[in-house]
Design a protein around this ligand. Sequence first.
Ligand SMILES: NC(=O)c1ccc[n+]([C@@H]2O[C@H](COP(=O)([O-])OP(=O)(O)OC[C@H]3O[C@@H](n4cnc5c(N)ncnc54)[C@H](OP(=O)(O)O)[C@@H]3O)[C@@H](O)[C@H]2O)c1
Length: 330
Amino acid sequence: LYAFSVHNFSVGVLGGSGYAGRELCALIERHPALSLSFATAQSQRGESIRVGGRSVTFVAPGDADLASASLVFSALPHGHSLPWVERARSAGAKVVDLSSDLRPGRGPLAGTAAGDVPYGLPEFHRDAIAGASVVANPGCYATAVLLALVPLASRGLIAPGATVSVSAASGVTGAGHTPRPDLLFAEVESDFRAYAVGNCHRHLPEMRATLAFAGADCDLLFTPHLLPVARGILATITVPLTAPLADPVALFADAYAGEPFVEVADTPPSLREVTRRNVARLFATAVEGMRQPTLLVQAAIDNLVKGAAGQAVQNANLMLGLDEAMGLPT
Ligand SMILES: NC(=O)c1ccc[n+]([C@@H]2O[C@H](COP(=O)([O-])OP(=O)(O)OC[C@H]3O[C@@H](n4cnc5c(N)ncnc54)[C@H](OP(=O)(O)O)[C@@H]3O)[C@@H](O)[C@H]2O)c1
């Protein structure tokens, strides 16, 4: 008779009724070593949803038994998350914070990419995350952009003083589930538009800080767009280089060799290739007809999985001493 057991950790989700929170509840439900001890909601407290085969009833944050959880995911809106991170820590739980409250480039951690609270990009900060009690899960756009740019920055390949231009589009779940007239189906369907133009997006500080930490001295020009699909991000990035690159795909394949959640493709990625998977799919090619050697890099992710809940579970696995890939869809 063979028997084996996987240590089971109770985890809680603050903001479990939101888009990122529901994705977390679903991932936890099918994770072999995690079990959901509570999920909170604000306006939807008392309501129930089906997750996997069971019913989950949302409790108010104040009624959540924080001490029952080994680890708490906070999927609360930015600005509301930090006090709950502190409460969960006081109750003895580790925390993965999906909001921007603790990410680098802001507040006391400005200018660092992995200060006291590691920035939860496991591909770059794996050891710090494994030893941390709080991790700042990256923004969805930032995940796509940084997985595309950090290998170039850390190899000194981005031309000093250059402008790296990012044109990115996200599905509408990126905006959260609070109703907004400009996100109604009739407003977004068959349309395509930019927002937060002129470098006004909230993810710029963490992107700038992480790139500077990796050694880049460049400007970022970041233009996000709203894509009329439910989920997915595609970022198209142009990078002025210090010197031409003979084989850009090989460079990325080498940088991410052995990484379970980064795919390097030799054709431009599409959203269909990444949705509902905890992967970033990257592609790179030299750009013809430019005075300066220029690289085009594309990154595709599911904003709710590798861009939010999946990456949060990847971080939680590391923090709990579990296999990093456990329970994650590839
Ligand atoms: N959506 C994405 O693609 C994505 C990606 C990466 C990171 N994130 C981050 O993850 C967090 C959640 O994003 P989301 O898109 O899932 O947002 P969302 O759909 O608007 O969900 C927000 C959640 O927080 C609850 N909530 C709202 N205000 C609250 C308050 N004052 N106190 C306590 N709970 C409150 C909501 O409950 P009720 O609905 O019941 O009011 C809901 O459960 C944000 O910080 C966001 O920046 C999101």
